[in-house]
Design a protein around this ligand. Structure first.
Ligand SMILES: *Cc1c(COP(=O)(O)O)cnc(C)c1O
Length: 418
């Protein structure tokens, strides 16, 4: 590796592992310049759903590239965005009537927070406190970090982060979560933002749909806006189109990104219910929703998302998801009695467990050792500390899935004997 000027995300360059150069990909496999075939066990950080370079999505982008590349979206519109908005309205709950485009999960969250605050401001109510769940992750921009867990990832920026109310993660004592939420809502919280069913970056922590349903109910009772950050959980990841679906709930605001384009190209939407829209709808310019990014509703990205939605309409996507989910369950169960594997859990296509010492922290050296080991085995797996999780594209071959789990099993064995 010669000297690349690239500063990679979430990478401590001082520790020196060179970045493998990937030349092409298909399905659940990345190919490197030095001829390695790497299984993408984490869907390239949770984005790839139907597989890399899906022919229908690639073709849609290529076709759109002949027509319209990019244009202003303030006061102008284009067909791919119109089609996408209508289709999202059709497949998501009817209460989510409005579609606001942006370009990443973090911006979808920023938009959701601004909508919620705008809602209360324009209604003349002084509600501004945002409530969040312990261990949550909502992105890396300042607002998104503010509503996420505080720790080593954002300690350096703490002076810029705003205060929020926090409720505990609903682990052994879900009632404590519900009581804390009840108290915060009763005290006039403006909004509660939460990752439904699975807290991703917080360590693939899972909680029951019944708790999600109760949290939604508490917010509704107090008028606190309920924001579902489905950036990771939607598009089949948790076994259904959205995770909220499993709890039978509809949020006031829903954030979608990652798998929205099948994971091919950046795009996000924040879906809002009619009261949120109504609070901004006026002839008064001061009530305008003042948010835009240059590439809002980029036509190439919208075309990719429309192709993704066509795949959902026309192909047996949920069957593939169910198959992958039961494959994950089988492999997980095979490790059930291993002394070095604990807290085995699964939600839809996401399987996770802790390896080794259950009390290990993110910066313990087991994480980096596992990362190196998996890389040497030509697997793209990226443990969160000693939490190992498998979240592959839905099209992964059985043999590749087996290879991932065999390596996790071998890692558990090595820890046991070292
Ligand atoms: C990844 C993620 C985000 C941030 O999305 P980006 O596109 O990386 O900005 C927000 N919320 C959740 C739940 C995520 O998993």
């Amino acid at each position: 590796m010669t000297h690349s000027p690239i500063w990679h995300p979430f990478t401590q360059h001082g520790l020196g592992d060179p970045a493998p150069l990937v030349t092409h990909a298909e399905g659940a496999v990345l190919h490197t310049a030095d001829g390695r075939r790497v299984v993408d066990a984490i869907s390239s950080w949770w984005v790839t759903t139907h597989g890399h370079c899906h022919p229908r999505i690639m073709a849609a982008i290529a076709e759109q590239a002949q027509q319209l590349d990019q244009m202003i979206f303030a006061g102008w519109t284009h067909q791919p965005a119109e089609d996408l908005a209508l289709e999202l309205r059709r497949i998501l709950p009817g209460e989510l009537t409005r579609v606001f485009f942006s370009d990443s999960g973090s911006t979808a969250v920023e938009v959701a927070l601004k909508m919620a605050l705008g809602f209360w401001t324009h209604r003349g109510a002084g509600r501004s406190c945002v409530v969040v769940m312990e261990h949550s992750y909502h992105g890396d921009t300042i607002g998104a970090m503010s509503v996420g867990a505080r720790g080593v990832f954002n300690a350096a920026y703490a002076p810029l982060l705003f205060d929020v109310g926090r409720v505990p993660f609903p682990g052994d004592d879900p009632q404590a979560t519900l009581d804390a939420l009840e108290a915060a809502c009763a005290a006039g919280a403006a909004a509660f933002i939460v990752e439904p069913l699975v807290l991703g970056a917080g360590g693939m922590l899972m909680y029951p749909a019944a708790v999600l349903a109760e949290m939604r109910e508490i917010c509704a009772r107090h008028g606190t806006l309920f924001i579902a950050d489905e950036v990771m959980t939607a598009w089949g990841r948790t076994g259904t189109l959205t995770a909220c679906e499993q709890a039978g709930i509809v949020p006031d605001i829903m954030c979608l990104s990652k798998g929205l384009t099948g994971g091919a190209i950046p795009l996000a939407v924040t879906m809002a219910s009619e009261p949120i829209w109504d609070a901004h709808y006026s002839t008064d310019r001061t009530r305008t929703f003042y948010h835009s990014s240059s590439y809002t509703a980029n036509p190439l990205a919208c075309a990719a998302a429309n192709a993704n939605l066509a795949i959902w309409r026309e192909e047996p996507v949920l069957e593939r998801i169910a198959e992958l989910s039961s494959g994950q369950q089988r492999h997980l169960e095979a490790l059930e009695d291993h002394p070095m594997a604990s807290n085995l859990r699964r939600c839809g296509t996401i399987a996770a467990l802790e390896l080794g010492d259950p009390g290990g922290s993110y910066l313990s050296d087991l994480g980096p050792r596992l990362l190196r080991r998996f890389r040497e085995a030509d697997l793209l797996l990226r443990p969160l500390g000693n939490t190992v999780y498998v979240m592959p594209p839905y099209c992964i071959e059985d043999s590749d899935l087996a290879r991932i789990w065999a390596e996790i099993g071998a890692a558990a064995e090595d820890i046991a004997t070292s």
